[in-house]
Design a protein around this ligand. Structure first.
Ligand code: HEM
Length: 184
């Protein structure tokens, strides 16, 4: 079997923000799916909803930071062994992933904006982008649900592609997103 090829890495800040965003999004998916099944008007439901909203704001900051860092720094070149279709698929896939991360955050913020509970960050009330309107809240909650399901599917494809680079192609692309010395 061929030895893994060394490939230039992403910068340290991108690596850290990428993994923090990944952890926060996975936690949001888990808490989100769990909390909607918690009986209504119980302290536990309020606790998980507030935790989800707060973590959602943290994720929004991380996603914004990731997009800013990616636009400020050119990605290291992909290995020449990667076919052209795979390079195009990677660029398109990452673009769609960023789009759905942003849509998840925006619809997530809009959902409590149209309820009397409102968006909160660890107990601190944040600006409402709307007013108390049950029908609109339900619309945004439905949109948020569909978008987060699509986001979860995109994350599965993204992780599968990363593992293919690590285990099948062994071309160093996975290692580019790990902490370590830049070698390019
Ligand atoms: C990447 C970011 C986010 C992800 C991945 C995410 C994920 C989820 C998931 C999986 C659910 C459960 C959907 C269902 O099965 O019904 C959910 C519900 C919810 N999320 Fe998020 N969320 C994110 C951001 C946010 C933000 C920023 C807020 C608000 C500040 C928020 C507020 C809510 C609320 C209020 C619900 C409950 C909706 C309902 O009652 O049906 N989310 N989220």
């Amino acid at each position: 079997m061929a030895a893994p090829v060394a490939s230039p890495r992403h910068g340290g800040a991108i690596v850290v923000v990428h993994w923090l965003a990944a952890i926060s999004i996975l936690a949001l998916l888990a808490i989100g799916w769990y909390m909607v099944g918690v009986p209504v008007r119980t302290p536990a439901r309020g606790y998980y909803y507030n935790l989800h909203k707060s973590l959602g704001i943290v994720a929004a900051v991380l996603i914004a930071a990731l997009i800013a860092l990616r636009s400020m720094h050119r990605s290291p070149p992909l290995p020449g062994s990667m076919p052209a279709w795979e390079r195009r698929a990677a660029v398109l896939g990452h673009g769609i992933l960023y789009l759905f991360m942003l849509l998840a955050v925006v619809t997530g913020y809009l959902t409590p904006s149209f309820s009397r509970y409102g968006p909160k960050l660890f107990g601190i009330p944040l600006p409402h982008w709307g007013w108390d309107d049950v029908a609109l809240r339900e619309r945004f909650a439905d949109a948020h649900r569909v978008i987060t399901y699509v986001l979860a599917a995109l994350i599965v494809v993204h992780a599968a592609a990363a593992l293919k680079h690590l285990l099948v192609d062994r071309d160093g692309v996975f290692q580019r997103m790990l902490p370590g010395r830049r070698n390019g």
